[in-house]
Design a protein around this ligand. Structure first.
Ligand code: SAM
Ligand code: SF4
Length: 345
């Protein structure tokens, strides 16, 4: 991919986005909508107010910004949200961004989804060059699922997962570990995932946005979960890297892979390689901080690609060293006012 014009990058050198701490940014998480057809209790409030559609970046704006990031050395894009598959023109976006994978400009285009609409979209995703998906699933018990998602239908999710499997997509299940709501189910969900050849990654809950429940009651450090799993399974360190923040183990008994994403109990910010672009064009340099660059203004003021690219490079200097998430007492306000669904997981 050619760097945006006038960026003054020596010929032959790969353009690199580097922050003030020497971290190379090669991964863009692109939120395409803040809307969702579920209301997971740890993610959203029940009566979540969504953004007016007019605030969202248009398809061509999303594509243009993606191309600018690719020109600056981004090699991986993850589409997220909200639920990315509820966006009406998502098929075109995926197809067009998929062309960057086919041309070799991107190493990977992928998606995080709740799988409600996967049955309809799985084949299109595979045709566009998507090879693997992250699917969020916190329980395999219908009643619990319906309660945790406030009305979701587990059978629909399982049909979506099956369709993705049939389409040849590799699947990683993401499960947010919740002290009361699903901790007991982790071993059985692990066995289920590995039986189907899916990786499983456990995630610590993060204090993002106000929700009905107290996050202190939901939070369980993954070290505690890991200790319990070790009583039942043999965890063998696995050097595998997915390009994200997880650390991995192989499970001797199942042959499958288990990841841990522990933003609170084992900070991984030193190895951060990502930035996040919201559906309204805000470039957040860190999930846990408010500082952002408004790229929609630049787009709509008529800035050229090179100008936008220069602003991005400059903003990177402000990327914070680390998030400051903590959950250590009841009644604590969220560290970050934005919900996870606004920035994209
Ligand atoms: N709707 C899609 C989904 O659920 O996969 C994509 C967006 S969702 C915000 C991305 C991921 O963030 C999901 O795996 C979800 O479980 C996780 N998530 C949401 N709120 C979270 C929180 N407060 N702490 C940790 N993970 C969270
Ligand atoms: Fe929707 Fe994903 Fe948030 Fe659940 S975690 S409410 S599926 S955006």
């Amino acid at each position: 991919m050619t760097p945006p014009d006038g960026l003054n990058i020596p010929q032959g050198a790969a353009p690199r986005l580097m922050d003030a701490f020497g971290r190379h940014i090669s991964y863009l998480r692109l939120s395409v909508t803040d809307r969702c057809d579920l209301r997971c209790v740890y993610c959203m409030s029940e009566k979540m107010r969504f953004l007016p559609r007019a605030d969202l970046l248009r398809l061509e704006e999303l594509e243009r910004l993606s191309s600018i990031f690719i020109g600056l050395g981004v090699r991986k894009i993850r589409l997220t949200g909200g639920e990315p598959l509820v966006r009406r023109d998502i098929g075109s976006l995926i197809k067009n961004l998929g062309n960057h994978v086919k041309s070799g400009a991107l190493d990977e285009l992928t998606l995080t989804t709740n799988a409600t609409l996967l049955e309809r979209h799985a084949a299109t995703l595979a045709e566009a060059g998507i090879r693997r998906l992250n699917i969020s699933l916190d329980t395999l018990e219908q009643e619990n699922f319906s309660r945790l998602t406030r009305g979701g239908d587990l059978t629909k999710i399982l049909r979506g997962i099956e369709a993705a499997k049939q389409a040849g997509l590799a699947i990683k299940i993401n499960m947010v570990a919740l002290k009361e709501d699903n901790q007991q189910e982790i071993p059985s969900l692990l066995r289920w995932a590995h039986e189907q050849n899916f990786d499983l990654t456990l995630i610590e809950i993060m204090p993002m946005g106000e929700v009905a429940e107290d996050r202190y009651d939901q939070y369980v450090p993954l070290m505690t979960v890991e200790d319990r799993l070790r009583q039942e399974f043999t965890l063998i360190e696995d050097p595998y890297k997915s390009g994200g923040p997880a650390r991995y183990y192989k499970i001797a008994e199942t042959g499958g892979r288990l990841g841990f994403i522990s933003p609170l109990s084992q900070n991984f910010c030193a190895g951060c390689n990502r930035v996040r672009l919201t559906c309204t064009g805000r470039l957040y340099l860190c999930l846990g901080h408010d500082d952002h660059l408004d790229l929609r203004i630049l787009l709509r003021e008529g800035c050229r690609d090179q100008e936008i690219a220069s602003h991005i490079i400059e903003a990177l200097n402000r990327k914070p060293q680390a998030h400051d998430f903590t959950i250590d007492r009841a009644g604590q306000a969220p560290a970050q006012g934005r919900h996870m669904s606004a920035t994209g997981g």
